[in-house]
Every structure is written in structure tokens, then in C-alpha cells.
Write a protein of this length. Structure first.
Length: 172
């Protein structure tokens, strides 16, 4: 069966293996499309709370990272690949809305630890059945092992892309 032509342009750089270039180029466009849909899902979830998509991502990061002691700002900023000052500013806005708590670390007063409020936990718990249905729709063709392997391969691509970014930056 021939792959569906999605109108993806040919790779802009010629090489001795144009078929390979086309596959790489298609992969990049597919990843970009996945990212756009993920951003839109975040925006829809955020709108329901009257917050921005990046603020939603901060809440989701806390949901996943917090083990009961709070999460340092720098841990969330590292996960989100943003500057810690952005997380600080946005978390203060989320605190004003009653969606998270910020407190100085008991071990180092310079570190601010964040945690979700009960209200936010209840909101996220209320989304669990809907999220399970979405997960089944999106990832239903994968078993746990297959999805884990796919995620690991994507992580490897991400790491190599970071190296490529650094190489290009140094070459400029």
C-alpha cells in the first residue's frame, strides 16, 4: 500500500539518497503536527480553568513530579525547557488563582517549592476518565512495552537534535 500523500513538501536539501531525505523530512513534519495537536489539547484544558497553556503545563508538571514535598521551580523549568524566571512568574499568577501553593524550601530558603492545591487535584481527578478515553484513542495501538520503546526512541531523537542544534550554533 502506498503511503498517503499529505502534501508534505520534498526535502529542501539534495543528497545522494533522496528517498531517505524525504522520509526524514516527512518525520519532521509529522512531529511538528503532533506538537501542534498537543499544544491545542493543552490550550483546551487550560481554557476550562481560565489559564494559559503554559500555565496548564506547569500544573501538569507538578501533578507528575510532586511526591508530597513540593517541586522546586528549577525542576519544572528544566522539564518544560524554559527559564526558571518564566516558571516563577507564571506560578505566582497560578497561586493568585488558587491553583497552586508556593513556599520556601525547608532545607534552603532560596529555593521555592510548588504544589497543587486541593482544588486543582480535584479538577485533575475529575478529568481522569476523559483522559483515559483520550489515551485509549491516541495510544490504543500500543501496548505498554511498545509505547515505552517508542518514547525511548523519541527521546533519543530529541537528544540527537539537541546535539545537532549545538553543532549548527557553533558553525554559525
Amino acid at each position: 500500500m502506498m503511503p498517503l500523500d499529505l502534501g508534505i513538501p520534498k526535502a529542501p536539501f539534495g543528497s545522494s539518497a533522496p528517498a531517505n531525505d524525504d522520509v526524514v523530512w516527512r518525520f519532521m513534519w509529522e512531529i511538528r503536527s503532533v506538537n501542534l495537536f498537543l499544544e491545542e489539547l493543552c490550550r483546551l484544558r487550560a481554557d476550562a480553568l481560565g489559564i494559559t497553556a503554559p500555565q496548564w503545563m506547569i500544573l501538569i508538571a507538578l501533578w507528575g513530579l510532586d511526591r508530597g514535598n513540593g517541586v522546586p521551580v528549577n525542576a519544572v523549568s528544566k522539564l518544560m525547557k524554559v527559564d526558571s524566571s518564566f516558571v516563577t512568574t507564571q506560578s505566582k499568577l497560578l497561586e493568585k488563582k488558587g491553583l497552586l501553593r508556593r513556599k520556601p524550601s525547608t532545607s534552603d530558603g532560596r529555593i521555592v517549592e510548588m504544589s497543587l492545591t486541593d482544588r486543582t487535584y480535584k479538577h485533575l481527578a475529575g478529568l481522569s476518565s476523559q483522559q483515559e478515553a483520550i489515551d485509549k484513542l491516541v495510544f490504543g495501538e500500543f501496548n505498554v512495552r511498545g509505547l515505552s520503546e517508542f518514547a525511548s526512541r523519541l527521546a533519543g531523537v530529541r537528544e540527537r537534535l539537541e546535539k545537532a542544534r549545538l553543532k549548527i550554533a557553533l558553525d554559525l
